[in-house]
Design a protein around this ligand. Structure first.
Ligand code: BG6
Length: 513
Protein backbone atom coordinates (compact mmCIF):
# COMPACT_ATOMS: atom_id res chain seq x y z
CA UNK A 1 0.00 0.00 0.00
CA UNK A 2 2.83 2.37 0.91
CA UNK A 3 4.28 2.06 -2.59
CA UNK A 4 0.97 2.82 -4.20
CA UNK A 5 0.58 6.12 -2.44
CA UNK A 6 2.23 8.75 -4.68
CA UNK A 7 1.29 11.68 -2.46
CA UNK A 8 3.43 10.85 0.50
CA UNK A 9 6.59 10.40 -1.52
CA UNK A 10 6.03 13.61 -3.40
CA UNK A 11 5.28 15.38 -0.16
CA UNK A 12 8.57 14.22 1.37
CA UNK A 13 10.52 15.17 -1.72
CA UNK A 14 9.09 18.67 -1.66
CA UNK A 15 9.59 19.08 2.06
CA UNK A 16 13.23 18.18 1.83
CA UNK A 17 14.21 20.30 -1.14
CA UNK A 18 15.66 23.64 -0.02
CA UNK A 19 14.44 26.54 -2.08
CA UNK A 20 16.32 29.74 -2.87
CA UNK A 21 15.24 32.83 -0.98
CA UNK A 22 16.40 36.25 0.02
CA UNK A 23 17.68 35.90 3.55
CA UNK A 24 17.38 39.15 5.49
CA UNK A 25 19.51 39.03 8.64
CA UNK A 26 18.60 41.49 11.40
CA UNK A 27 21.64 42.24 13.53
CA UNK A 28 23.95 41.55 10.60
CA UNK A 29 26.98 43.29 12.11
CA UNK A 30 26.92 40.95 15.11
CA UNK A 31 29.03 37.99 16.04
CA UNK A 32 26.54 35.32 15.04
CA UNK A 33 26.33 36.53 11.44
CA UNK A 34 30.10 36.73 11.12
CA UNK A 35 31.12 33.59 12.96
CA UNK A 36 28.24 31.24 12.20
CA UNK A 37 25.64 32.27 9.61
CA UNK A 38 27.80 33.46 6.73
CA UNK A 39 30.38 30.65 7.18
CA UNK A 40 27.46 28.18 7.19
CA UNK A 41 26.13 29.58 3.89
CA UNK A 42 29.65 29.64 2.46
CA UNK A 43 30.17 25.96 3.33
CA UNK A 44 26.83 25.04 1.82
CA UNK A 45 27.98 26.82 -1.34
CA UNK A 46 31.32 24.98 -1.21
CA UNK A 47 29.49 21.64 -0.98
CA UNK A 48 27.14 22.61 -3.82
CA UNK A 49 24.15 22.51 -1.46
CA UNK A 50 23.17 26.18 -1.54
CA UNK A 51 20.16 26.68 -3.82
CA UNK A 52 21.04 28.75 -6.90
CA UNK A 53 19.71 32.30 -6.73
CA UNK A 54 20.13 32.62 -2.97
CA UNK A 55 20.70 36.18 -1.73
CA UNK A 56 21.58 37.74 1.62
CA UNK A 57 20.73 41.22 2.88
CA UNK A 58 22.35 42.27 6.13
CA UNK A 59 20.12 44.66 8.10
CA UNK A 60 21.79 46.62 10.90
CA UNK A 61 22.18 50.07 12.40
CA UNK A 62 25.82 50.87 11.66
CA UNK A 63 26.78 52.87 8.57
CA UNK A 64 28.53 50.57 6.13
CA UNK A 65 28.81 50.10 2.39
CA UNK A 66 28.14 46.72 0.77
CA UNK A 67 31.87 46.47 0.20
CA UNK A 68 32.78 47.13 3.83
CA UNK A 69 30.19 44.65 5.01
CA UNK A 70 31.56 41.94 2.72
CA UNK A 71 35.15 42.66 3.76
CA UNK A 72 34.28 42.13 7.43
CA UNK A 73 32.48 38.91 6.58
CA UNK A 74 35.38 37.66 4.49
CA UNK A 75 37.86 38.23 7.30
CA UNK A 76 35.73 36.21 9.71
CA UNK A 77 35.01 33.51 7.17
CA UNK A 78 38.75 32.91 6.83
CA UNK A 79 38.90 32.28 10.58
CA UNK A 80 35.65 30.43 11.12
CA UNK A 81 34.84 28.45 8.01
CA UNK A 82 34.75 24.66 8.47
CA UNK A 83 36.41 24.19 5.11
CA UNK A 84 39.36 26.24 3.85
CA UNK A 85 38.48 29.69 2.57
CA UNK A 86 38.76 29.72 -1.21
CA UNK A 87 39.21 33.19 -2.74
CA UNK A 88 37.55 32.38 -6.05
CA UNK A 89 34.52 30.79 -4.38
CA UNK A 90 34.23 33.68 -1.94
CA UNK A 91 34.31 36.15 -4.82
CA UNK A 92 31.27 34.55 -6.47
CA UNK A 93 29.48 33.75 -3.22
CA UNK A 94 29.86 37.24 -1.75
CA UNK A 95 28.35 38.92 -4.81
CA UNK A 96 24.94 37.86 -3.55
CA UNK A 97 25.44 39.66 -0.21
CA UNK A 98 24.44 43.28 0.35
CA UNK A 99 23.91 45.61 3.29
CA UNK A 100 20.88 47.61 4.38
CA UNK A 101 21.50 50.30 6.99
CA UNK A 102 18.47 51.09 9.16
CA UNK A 103 17.28 51.27 12.75
CA UNK A 104 15.27 48.31 13.97
CA UNK A 105 12.54 50.59 15.28
CA UNK A 106 12.31 52.84 12.26
CA UNK A 107 9.40 52.15 9.87
CA UNK A 108 11.20 53.80 6.95
CA UNK A 109 13.97 51.23 7.10
CA UNK A 110 11.44 48.47 6.48
CA UNK A 111 9.77 50.33 3.65
CA UNK A 112 13.10 50.82 1.93
CA UNK A 113 13.88 47.16 2.57
CA UNK A 114 10.62 46.24 0.88
CA UNK A 115 11.51 48.42 -2.11
CA UNK A 116 14.91 46.79 -2.34
CA UNK A 117 13.33 43.33 -2.23
CA UNK A 118 10.72 44.22 -4.85
CA UNK A 119 13.42 45.57 -7.13
CA UNK A 120 15.48 42.41 -6.84
CA UNK A 121 12.40 40.31 -7.37
CA UNK A 122 11.35 42.30 -10.43
CA UNK A 123 14.77 41.69 -11.90
CA UNK A 124 13.87 38.00 -11.91
CA UNK A 125 15.15 36.92 -8.48
CA UNK A 126 13.39 34.57 -6.09
CA UNK A 127 10.32 35.92 -4.29
CA UNK A 128 10.80 33.72 -1.25
CA UNK A 129 11.84 35.68 1.84
CA UNK A 130 13.41 34.50 5.04
CA UNK A 131 13.74 36.97 7.92
CA UNK A 132 16.41 35.93 10.39
CA UNK A 133 16.19 37.77 13.71
CA UNK A 134 19.67 37.72 15.22
CA UNK A 135 19.69 41.16 16.83
CA UNK A 136 19.96 41.90 20.55
CA UNK A 137 16.86 40.31 22.13
CA UNK A 138 15.35 43.63 23.19
CA UNK A 139 14.61 44.34 19.50
CA UNK A 140 12.86 41.06 18.66
CA UNK A 141 9.37 42.49 19.29
CA UNK A 142 10.03 45.68 17.35
CA UNK A 143 11.42 43.85 14.35
CA UNK A 144 8.43 41.51 14.20
CA UNK A 145 5.95 44.35 14.59
CA UNK A 146 7.68 46.38 11.90
CA UNK A 147 7.78 43.41 9.53
CA UNK A 148 4.03 43.11 10.04
CA UNK A 149 3.32 46.82 9.52
CA UNK A 150 5.36 46.91 6.32
CA UNK A 151 3.53 43.73 5.19
CA UNK A 152 6.84 42.05 4.66
CA UNK A 153 5.33 38.97 6.29
CA UNK A 154 2.90 38.55 3.39
CA UNK A 155 4.46 36.44 0.66
CA UNK A 156 3.93 37.13 -3.03
CA UNK A 157 1.75 34.62 -4.84
CA UNK A 158 3.44 31.23 -5.13
CA UNK A 159 6.25 32.30 -2.78
CA UNK A 160 6.81 32.00 0.98
CA UNK A 161 7.82 34.28 3.84
CA UNK A 162 9.37 32.68 6.93
CA UNK A 163 10.85 33.94 10.14
CA UNK A 164 13.78 32.47 12.04
CA UNK A 165 14.10 33.61 15.64
CA UNK A 166 17.43 33.24 17.43
CA UNK A 167 17.77 32.52 21.12
CA UNK A 168 17.18 33.66 23.77
CA UNK A 169 13.49 33.03 23.18
CA UNK A 170 12.30 35.11 26.14
CA UNK A 171 13.90 35.17 29.56
CA UNK A 172 11.07 33.41 31.37
CA UNK A 173 7.66 31.93 30.62
CA UNK A 174 5.91 35.29 30.61
CA UNK A 175 8.27 36.96 28.14
CA UNK A 176 8.37 33.84 25.96
CA UNK A 177 4.55 33.81 25.82
CA UNK A 178 4.57 37.48 24.92
CA UNK A 179 7.11 36.90 22.15
CA UNK A 180 5.16 33.87 20.92
CA UNK A 181 2.06 36.03 20.74
CA UNK A 182 3.79 38.65 18.61
CA UNK A 183 5.37 36.01 16.40
CA UNK A 184 2.06 34.26 15.85
CA UNK A 185 0.32 37.53 15.02
CA UNK A 186 2.96 38.10 12.34
CA UNK A 187 3.74 34.64 10.94
CA UNK A 188 1.85 31.33 11.03
CA UNK A 189 3.46 28.67 13.26
CA UNK A 190 4.33 26.64 10.15
CA UNK A 191 6.52 29.52 8.93
CA UNK A 192 8.16 30.15 12.31
CA UNK A 193 11.57 28.63 13.05
CA UNK A 194 12.85 29.00 16.62
CA UNK A 195 16.53 28.19 16.62
CA UNK A 196 18.16 25.82 19.05
CA UNK A 197 21.46 25.16 17.37
CA UNK A 198 22.12 22.02 19.44
CA UNK A 199 19.36 20.31 17.47
CA UNK A 200 21.30 20.97 14.28
CA UNK A 201 24.38 19.16 15.56
CA UNK A 202 24.91 15.94 13.63
CA UNK A 203 25.32 13.89 16.81
CA UNK A 204 22.10 15.24 18.32
CA UNK A 205 20.25 14.28 15.15
CA UNK A 206 21.73 10.82 15.40
CA UNK A 207 20.13 10.19 18.81
CA UNK A 208 16.79 9.31 17.24
CA UNK A 209 18.48 7.08 14.67
CA UNK A 210 20.50 5.30 17.34
CA UNK A 211 17.38 4.66 19.37
CA UNK A 212 14.76 3.95 16.76
CA UNK A 213 16.70 2.40 13.87
CA UNK A 214 18.48 -0.14 16.08
CA UNK A 215 16.32 -2.65 17.89
CA UNK A 216 19.11 -3.44 20.33
CA UNK A 217 19.15 -0.22 22.33
CA UNK A 218 15.47 0.59 22.41
CA UNK A 219 14.65 -2.73 24.05
CA UNK A 220 16.83 -1.76 26.99
CA UNK A 221 15.86 1.91 27.02
CA UNK A 222 13.74 2.01 30.18
CA UNK A 223 13.76 1.93 33.96
CA UNK A 224 14.11 -1.84 34.05
CA UNK A 225 17.58 -1.71 32.47
CA UNK A 226 18.84 1.85 32.94
CA UNK A 227 20.08 2.98 36.33
CA UNK A 228 20.54 6.66 35.50
CA UNK A 229 21.52 9.10 32.75
CA UNK A 230 24.14 11.85 32.84
CA UNK A 231 24.26 14.85 30.55
CA UNK A 232 27.32 17.10 30.66
CA UNK A 233 28.01 20.26 28.76
CA UNK A 234 31.39 21.66 29.75
CA UNK A 235 33.00 24.80 28.36
CA UNK A 236 36.45 26.14 29.08
CA UNK A 237 35.49 29.65 27.96
CA UNK A 238 34.44 32.32 30.43
CA UNK A 239 33.17 35.78 29.52
CA UNK A 240 35.47 36.61 26.59
CA UNK A 241 34.53 39.27 24.03
CA UNK A 242 32.29 41.33 26.32
CA UNK A 243 29.82 38.45 26.80
CA UNK A 244 29.55 39.23 30.50
CA UNK A 245 26.93 41.91 29.84
CA UNK A 246 24.48 39.43 28.35
CA UNK A 247 25.46 36.50 30.53
CA UNK A 248 25.13 38.27 33.85
CA UNK A 249 21.44 38.84 33.10
CA UNK A 250 20.98 35.27 32.00
CA UNK A 251 23.11 32.64 33.75
CA UNK A 252 23.75 28.99 32.93
CA UNK A 253 20.18 27.88 33.59
CA UNK A 254 18.58 30.27 31.10
CA UNK A 255 21.47 30.31 28.65
CA UNK A 256 21.95 26.57 28.17
CA UNK A 257 19.69 24.42 30.35
CA UNK A 258 16.29 25.80 29.31
CA UNK A 259 17.10 25.17 25.66
CA UNK A 260 20.08 23.02 24.59
CA UNK A 261 20.24 20.64 27.54
CA UNK A 262 16.51 20.08 27.95
CA UNK A 263 16.31 19.51 24.20
CA UNK A 264 19.02 16.84 24.36
CA UNK A 265 17.31 15.30 27.36
CA UNK A 266 14.01 15.15 25.47
CA UNK A 267 15.66 13.32 22.55
CA UNK A 268 17.04 10.73 24.96
CA UNK A 269 13.79 10.33 26.87
CA UNK A 270 11.02 10.71 24.25
CA UNK A 271 8.81 7.90 22.96
CA UNK A 272 9.08 6.91 19.28
CA UNK A 273 7.17 9.52 17.26
CA UNK A 274 4.30 8.43 14.99
CA UNK A 275 6.35 9.64 12.00
CA UNK A 276 9.28 11.91 11.24
CA UNK A 277 7.19 14.98 10.50
CA UNK A 278 8.04 18.11 12.47
CA UNK A 279 4.92 17.79 14.58
CA UNK A 280 5.26 14.04 15.01
CA UNK A 281 8.67 14.55 16.63
CA UNK A 282 7.80 17.69 18.53
CA UNK A 283 4.62 16.20 20.01
CA UNK A 284 6.76 13.56 21.71
CA UNK A 285 9.32 16.05 22.97
CA UNK A 286 6.59 18.19 24.50
CA UNK A 287 5.27 15.15 26.36
CA UNK A 288 8.68 14.83 28.02
CA UNK A 289 8.73 18.50 29.02
CA UNK A 290 5.28 18.04 30.50
CA UNK A 291 6.43 14.97 32.43
CA UNK A 292 9.41 16.66 34.10
CA UNK A 293 8.80 16.53 37.81
CA UNK A 294 8.58 20.19 38.88
CA UNK A 295 11.31 21.39 41.22
CA UNK A 296 9.41 24.13 43.00
CA UNK A 297 9.87 24.66 46.69
CA UNK A 298 13.08 25.95 48.23
CA UNK A 299 13.52 22.52 49.74
CA UNK A 300 13.15 20.81 46.34
CA UNK A 301 15.58 23.23 44.78
CA UNK A 302 18.16 22.82 47.55
CA UNK A 303 17.93 19.05 47.22
CA UNK A 304 17.99 18.77 43.44
CA UNK A 305 19.77 21.80 42.02
CA UNK A 306 23.26 23.17 42.53
CA UNK A 307 24.23 26.61 41.34
CA UNK A 308 27.76 27.93 41.45
CA UNK A 309 30.18 30.60 40.21
CA UNK A 310 33.81 30.12 39.22
CA UNK A 311 36.56 31.76 41.22
CA UNK A 312 39.98 32.90 39.98
CA UNK A 313 42.39 30.09 39.07
CA UNK A 314 44.11 28.53 36.08
CA UNK A 315 42.52 27.05 32.96
CA UNK A 316 44.87 25.21 30.62
CA UNK A 317 47.89 26.88 32.16
CA UNK A 318 46.42 30.38 31.91
CA UNK A 319 45.50 32.50 34.93
CA UNK A 320 41.92 33.69 34.76
CA UNK A 321 39.84 35.99 36.97
CA UNK A 322 36.83 34.87 38.95
CA UNK A 323 33.35 35.41 37.48
CA UNK A 324 32.58 38.47 39.59
CA UNK A 325 35.72 40.18 38.30
CA UNK A 326 34.88 39.59 34.62
CA UNK A 327 34.30 42.51 32.28
CA UNK A 328 30.67 43.80 32.39
CA UNK A 329 29.74 41.53 35.29
CA UNK A 330 28.28 42.97 38.47
CA UNK A 331 30.90 42.53 41.26
CA UNK A 332 28.13 41.35 43.59
CA UNK A 333 26.54 39.17 40.92
CA UNK A 334 24.28 36.28 41.93
CA UNK A 335 24.30 34.78 38.44
CA UNK A 336 25.32 31.14 38.17
CA UNK A 337 28.01 29.97 35.75
CA UNK A 338 27.45 26.33 36.69
CA UNK A 339 24.30 24.31 37.23
CA UNK A 340 23.97 20.72 38.37
CA UNK A 341 20.50 19.17 38.39
CA UNK A 342 18.79 15.97 39.31
CA UNK A 343 15.74 15.67 37.08
CA UNK A 344 13.02 13.03 37.35
CA UNK A 345 10.65 12.23 34.53
CA UNK A 346 7.29 11.10 35.79
CA UNK A 347 6.17 8.74 33.07
CA UNK A 348 5.85 5.00 32.56
CA UNK A 349 9.24 4.48 30.96
CA UNK A 350 11.39 6.54 33.29
CA UNK A 351 9.88 6.23 36.74
CA UNK A 352 12.72 6.14 39.28
CA UNK A 353 15.55 6.93 36.80
CA UNK A 354 17.38 10.17 37.65
CA UNK A 355 18.73 12.32 34.83
CA UNK A 356 21.74 14.23 36.18
CA UNK A 357 22.49 17.31 34.15
CA UNK A 358 25.47 19.65 34.54
CA UNK A 359 26.63 22.67 32.61
CA UNK A 360 29.48 24.99 33.43
CA UNK A 361 31.72 27.73 32.13
CA UNK A 362 35.47 27.66 32.82
CA UNK A 363 35.63 23.91 33.25
CA UNK A 364 38.82 22.11 32.16
CA UNK A 365 37.73 21.51 28.56
CA UNK A 366 34.98 21.91 26.02
CA UNK A 367 32.94 18.78 25.74
CA UNK A 368 29.30 17.72 25.56
CA UNK A 369 28.27 14.15 26.17
CA UNK A 370 25.40 12.02 27.31
CA UNK A 371 26.03 8.78 29.16
CA UNK A 372 23.46 6.08 29.75
CA UNK A 373 24.40 3.98 32.79
CA UNK A 374 22.87 0.52 32.66
CA UNK A 375 22.01 -1.49 35.72
CA UNK A 376 24.55 -4.04 36.87
CA UNK A 377 24.39 -7.67 35.86
CA UNK A 378 23.55 -10.04 38.73
CA UNK A 379 26.83 -10.51 40.56
CA UNK A 380 26.60 -14.18 41.45
CA UNK A 381 29.22 -15.35 38.98
CA UNK A 382 31.91 -12.72 38.79
CA UNK A 383 31.57 -10.44 41.77
CA UNK A 384 33.95 -12.52 43.82
CA UNK A 385 36.78 -11.92 41.29
CA UNK A 386 39.53 -9.60 42.49
CA UNK A 387 38.72 -5.96 41.75
CA UNK A 388 35.29 -6.79 40.24
CA UNK A 389 33.47 -4.24 42.37
CA UNK A 390 35.45 -1.31 40.94
CA UNK A 391 35.13 -2.21 37.25
CA UNK A 392 32.38 0.01 35.83
CA UNK A 393 29.32 -1.65 34.32
CA UNK A 394 27.79 -0.97 30.92
CA UNK A 395 27.80 2.68 29.97
CA UNK A 396 26.70 3.94 26.58
CA UNK A 397 28.35 7.28 25.87
CA UNK A 398 27.06 9.59 23.15
CA UNK A 399 29.75 12.16 22.43
CA UNK A 400 27.95 15.21 21.06
CA UNK A 401 31.17 17.19 20.62
CA UNK A 402 34.13 17.14 20.02
CA UNK A 403 35.42 13.75 18.82
CA UNK A 404 31.85 12.92 17.84
CA UNK A 405 30.89 9.31 18.32
CA UNK A 406 29.29 6.65 20.45
CA UNK A 407 31.00 4.13 22.68
CA UNK A 408 29.77 1.27 24.78
CA UNK A 409 31.71 0.29 27.87
CA UNK A 410 31.64 -3.43 28.61
CA UNK A 411 33.39 -5.72 31.06
CA UNK A 412 35.82 -8.21 29.62
CA UNK A 413 38.11 -10.92 30.90
CA UNK A 414 41.72 -9.83 31.12
CA UNK A 415 43.67 -12.20 28.84
CA UNK A 416 45.88 -14.66 30.66
CA UNK A 417 45.56 -17.24 33.37
CA UNK A 418 44.34 -14.93 36.12
CA UNK A 419 40.58 -14.46 36.31
CA UNK A 420 40.26 -10.70 36.33
CA UNK A 421 37.69 -8.32 34.88
CA UNK A 422 38.77 -5.39 32.78
CA UNK A 423 36.66 -2.52 31.36
CA UNK A 424 36.92 -2.19 27.55
CA UNK A 425 35.14 -0.11 24.94
CA UNK A 426 33.33 -0.66 21.65
CA UNK A 427 33.81 2.62 19.90
CA UNK A 428 32.27 4.35 16.87
CA UNK A 429 33.91 7.58 15.74
CA UNK A 430 32.39 9.78 13.06
CA UNK A 431 35.80 10.84 11.82
CA UNK A 432 36.91 7.24 11.22
CA UNK A 433 33.57 5.89 9.99
CA UNK A 434 32.71 8.69 7.57
CA UNK A 435 36.14 10.21 6.92
CA UNK A 436 34.90 13.76 6.77
CA UNK A 437 33.98 16.51 9.16
CA UNK A 438 30.30 16.81 10.05
CA UNK A 439 28.49 19.90 8.80
CA UNK A 440 28.10 22.71 11.31
CA UNK A 441 24.71 22.92 13.03
CA UNK A 442 23.83 26.18 11.28
CA UNK A 443 24.41 24.64 7.84
CA UNK A 444 21.75 22.03 8.47
CA UNK A 445 19.35 24.44 10.15
CA UNK A 446 19.51 27.06 7.39
CA UNK A 447 18.97 24.38 4.80
CA UNK A 448 15.99 22.97 6.69
CA UNK A 449 14.40 26.40 7.02
CA UNK A 450 14.82 26.86 3.25
CA UNK A 451 13.19 23.45 2.80
CA UNK A 452 10.29 24.32 5.10
CA UNK A 453 11.18 21.55 7.54
CA UNK A 454 10.79 22.63 11.16
CA UNK A 455 11.65 19.29 12.81
CA UNK A 456 14.90 20.62 14.24
CA UNK A 457 13.37 23.86 15.50
CA UNK A 458 11.53 24.38 18.76
CA UNK A 459 7.76 24.65 18.68
CA UNK A 460 5.83 27.25 20.70
CA UNK A 461 4.71 24.74 23.35
CA UNK A 462 8.18 23.21 23.69
CA UNK A 463 9.66 26.58 24.52
CA UNK A 464 6.90 27.40 26.97
CA UNK A 465 6.87 24.11 28.85
CA UNK A 466 10.67 24.21 29.15
CA UNK A 467 10.42 27.73 30.60
CA UNK A 468 7.80 26.59 33.07
CA UNK A 469 10.23 24.04 34.48
CA UNK A 470 13.12 26.49 34.65
CA UNK A 471 11.08 29.42 36.01
CA UNK A 472 10.19 27.53 39.18
CA UNK A 473 13.89 27.08 39.97
CA UNK A 474 14.78 30.66 39.05
CA UNK A 475 12.00 31.88 41.35
CA UNK A 476 13.39 29.88 44.25
CA UNK A 477 16.82 31.39 43.61
CA UNK A 478 15.83 34.97 43.05
CA UNK A 479 12.48 35.62 44.68
CA UNK A 480 12.78 33.92 48.00
CA UNK A 481 13.87 35.46 51.31
CA UNK A 482 15.99 32.47 52.11
CA UNK A 483 17.46 31.39 48.74
CA UNK A 484 19.61 28.28 48.31
CA UNK A 485 23.35 28.98 48.49
CA UNK A 486 25.55 30.01 45.61
CA UNK A 487 28.44 27.51 45.63
CA UNK A 488 31.92 28.18 44.22
CA UNK A 489 34.38 26.23 42.09
CA UNK A 490 37.88 27.16 41.03
CA UNK A 491 38.13 27.97 37.31
CA UNK A 492 39.63 24.96 35.55
CA UNK A 493 38.05 22.43 37.93
CA UNK A 494 35.10 20.12 37.24
CA UNK A 495 32.68 22.15 39.34
CA UNK A 496 31.74 22.57 43.00
CA UNK A 497 31.90 19.84 45.60
CA UNK A 498 28.17 20.30 46.14
CA UNK A 499 27.56 18.91 42.64
CA UNK A 500 29.52 15.77 43.53
CA UNK A 501 27.46 15.44 46.70
CA UNK A 502 24.28 15.62 44.60
CA UNK A 503 25.19 12.25 43.07
CA UNK A 504 27.00 10.79 46.03
CA UNK A 505 23.84 11.09 48.09
CA UNK A 506 22.30 8.66 45.58
CA UNK A 507 25.35 6.38 45.67
CA UNK A 508 26.56 7.54 42.24
CA UNK A 509 29.39 9.60 40.73
CA UNK A 510 29.79 11.94 37.78
CA UNK A 511 31.57 10.26 34.91
CA UNK A 512 35.19 11.34 34.58
CA UNK A 513 35.66 13.25 31.31
C1 BG6 B 1 25.06 29.37 23.13
C2 BG6 B 1 25.25 29.96 24.50
O1 BG6 B 1 23.70 29.14 22.87
O2 BG6 B 1 25.76 28.13 23.05
C3 BG6 B 1 26.73 30.12 24.83
O3 BG6 B 1 24.61 31.22 24.56
C4 BG6 B 1 27.47 28.82 24.61
O4 BG6 B 1 26.91 30.58 26.15
C5 BG6 B 1 27.15 28.24 23.24
O5 BG6 B 1 28.86 29.07 24.74
C6 BG6 B 1 27.75 26.87 23.09
O6 BG6 B 1 27.55 26.40 21.79
P1 BG6 B 1 28.53 25.32 21.18
O7 BG6 B 1 27.90 24.95 19.87
O8 BG6 B 1 29.85 25.99 21.01
O9 BG6 B 1 28.59 24.19 22.14
Amino acid sequence: MEDENPFREEDLAIRNRPEACTLVIFGATGDLTHRKLIPALYNLAADGDLPAGMRVIGFARREKSDEEFREGLEKQNRENSRQDHDDALWETFSQSISYHQANFTDAEGYESLNEKLLELEKAGGTKNRMFYIASAPEYFDDILLQLGSAKLNKPAEGAWARVVVEKPFGKNLKTAQHLNKIVSETFPEADTYRIDHYLGKETAQNIMVLRFANALFELLWNNRCIDHVQLTCAEHLGMEGGRGGYYDKSGAMRDMVQNHLLQLLSLIAMEPPIDLSADGVRDEKVKIFKSLRPIRTIEDVSKNVIRAQYTADTVNGEDVVGYRREDRVNPGSMTETYVGLRIMIDNWRWEGVPFYVRMGKRLPKKTTEISIHFKDAPGVLFNSLPGAEIVPGNVLVIRIQPDEGISLGIRSKLPGPSARLQPVKMDFRYQTAFRKSSPEAYERLLLDAMAGDATLFARKDEVETAWQFVDAIEDAWHKSDDPPVMAEYPAGSWGPKEADDLLERDGRKWRRL
